[in-house]
Design a protein around this ligand. Structure first.
Ligand SMILES: Cc1cc2nc3c(=O)[nH]c(=O)nc-3n(C[C@H](O)[C@H](O)[C@H](O)COP(=O)(O)O)c2cc1C
Length: 213
C-alpha cells in the first residue's frame, strides 16, 4: 500500500514539466479541495486560490518572478492569495457559516466571534497579513501532499514580486494579495542531468530534526 511517506519521497520541486500532459479537472479539483480542507487558526481560512489558466498571462508573469520559466511551463499555476479584509463583516460571514453548517444559533457563537475580532484587531494590518500568510502556507503544504498522493508533480514558489502579481491578476480589487505559488503538472520522461539531480532528496537525518524532551 502506498503511504504518505512514499508520496513525499516521490515528490520533488519539479522544474521541467511535460506540458503535453494536462491535469484532469477532477484531479485539479481534488488538489484545490485539499487546500480548502487544510487546517487554519480559528478555521478562518484567510486566503483564496486563484488558478491561472491563461497561458499568455502565465508567460507575462515570468519576468516578475526572476525569470523562472517553470511558472509558465506547467499544467496548472495556482496563486495562493491572502485576504486583506479580515474585518467584522468577514468574521460575521464565518460565524453565520458555522451556525448554518452545525445548526447552532449564532448567539451561541458570540464569544467565539468576539475572540476572533479581538485577535485580529490586536495584530494590526501588517500583523494580520503576516498571520494570514502563515495560514496560506499550511494550505500550500496540504495541496502539495495531496498532489503527490495523486502522483501529480508540484513545485512551490515564493520568488516573485507580489505587488506586481496583484496588479496583473487584479487581486487588490478583490481584497486579495498574492502570497505563494504552486505549480502542478507531470515530470518529463527525459530529465536532463540538472533535473535528475533535483530528484535526489536532500533532508536532515530524522534524529537531527526531531527531539523528545
Ligand atoms: C514555500 C516555498 C517556496 C519556494 N520558492 C521557490 C522559488 O521561488 N523558486 C524555486 O526555484 N524553488 C522554490 N522552492 C522550491 C525549494 O527550493 C525546494 O522545495 C527545496 O529545495 C526542497 O527540494 P524538494 O522540494 O525537491 O524536496 C520553494 C519551495 C517552497 C516550499
Amino acid at each position: 500500500m502506498k503511504t504518505i511517506i512514499d508520496s513525499l519521497k516521490w515528490r520533488y520541486a519539479t522544474y521541467t514539466f511535460d506540458t503535453s500532459k494536462g491535469i484532469s479537472e477532477k484531479d485539479l479539483h481534488t488538489v484545490l479541495e485539499a487546500g480548502n480542507l487544510a487546517a487554519t487558526a480559528f478555521g478562518l481560512q484567510p486566503f483564496e486560490f486563484v488558478v491561472v489558466k491563461d497561458q499568455t498571462m502565465k508567460e507575462s508573469l515570468v519576468p516578475h518572478a526572476y525569470g523562472q520559466q517553470h511558472l509558465a511551463k506547467n499544467s496548472a499555476l495556482v496563486v495562493l492569495a491572502i485576504r486583506t479584509d479580515l474585518d467584522e463583516a468577514y468574521i460575521t460571514e464565518y460565524i453565520e457559516r458555522i451556525g448554518r453548517v452545525r445548526g447552532v444559533p449564532v448567539e451561541m457563537l458570540e464569544g467565539f466571534k468576539q475572540s476572533m475580532l479581538g485577535a485580529m484587531s490586536m495584530k494590526g494590518a501588517d500583523g494580520r497579513n503576516a498571520w494570514a500568510q502563515k495560514q496560506a502556507y499550511i494550505a500550500l503544504g496540504t495541496m502539495m501532499a495531496a498532489a503527490s498522493e495523486l502522483r501529480i508533480d508540484n513545485h512551490g514558489a515564493e520568488g516573485f514580486d507580489p505587488e506586481k502579481f496583484d496588479e496583473m491578476l487584479g487581486l487588490k480589487a478583490k481584497n486579495l494579495h498574492a502570497t505563494v505559488l504552486l505549480m502542478l503538472g507531470y515530470r518529463t520522461d527525459t530529465p536532463d542531468d540538472k533535473e535528475k539531480m533535483f530528484q535526489i532528496k536532500v533532508r536532515k537525518e530524522y534524529d537531527d530534526i526531531v527531539s523528545v524532551i
